[in-house]
Design a protein. Structure first.
Length: 177
């Protein structure tokens, strides 16, 4: 009989511990997570924050890019400036680059031209005649605002970024804002 009473005590304590644990889990998962207090704190901290001194980059110019190679390619380019940095961005819809080729961006002006680097493919899906989105971001600490033309070329992979523009695909004149 003592063994049976001890077994019943263990069973009762086990059930009590299980129930207590279950109640804790239910309470934990159904709590509001302090969201009311947290959002009040966020509101207070947002209302008391001080403005930052960082200047928002301003649009210097933009350009619409049109195909010059008979394709259906198109794109746009912008130049933004903050107090210390110039950021040139290109977004273009182009056919996937041919085997052994890549697309390169250029800024052209009275003083010559500079490469702004390779365009990156956002997606390479579809058939042979599909169009993919390409993008390019180029940053400079020196002013590039005097360049008045944007060119995208198809370049030979084996030559790399050699500083010599090859076959022009897209071109666009700058629209001063």
């Amino acid at each position: 009989m003592n063994v049976s009473k001890a077994g019943n005590k263990i069973t009762i304590w086990s059930l009590a511990a299980f129930a207590l644990g279950l109640a804790g889990v239910i309470a934990w998962t159904s709590r509001d997570g302090g969201t009311a207090e947290t959002s009040e704190l966020k509101e207070v901290s947002q209302n008391t924050s001080t403005p930052t001194d960082q200047s928002k980059p301003e649009l210097v110019w933009s350009a619409n890019l049109s195909a010059v190679d008979g394709s259906s390619a198109s794109g746009s380019a912008t130049l933004r400036s903050s107090s210390t940095t110039y950021v040139h961005e290109v977004v273009a819809s182009l056919e996937p680059s041919a085997q052994g080729e890549f697309y390169e961006g250029w800024l052209v002006g009275d003083s010559g031209f500079i490469s702004t680097g390779r365009l990156n493919s956002e997606e390479q899906a579809g058939g042979v005649n599909s169009v993919s989105d390409f993008s390019l971001t180029y940053s400079s600490d020196e002013s590039i605002a005097s360049y008045d033309k944007v060119v995208i070329t198809a370049e030979t992979e084996s030559l790399g970024e050699d500083g010599v523009p090859e076959r022009h695909v897209l071109e666009g004149a700058v629209d001063l804002e």
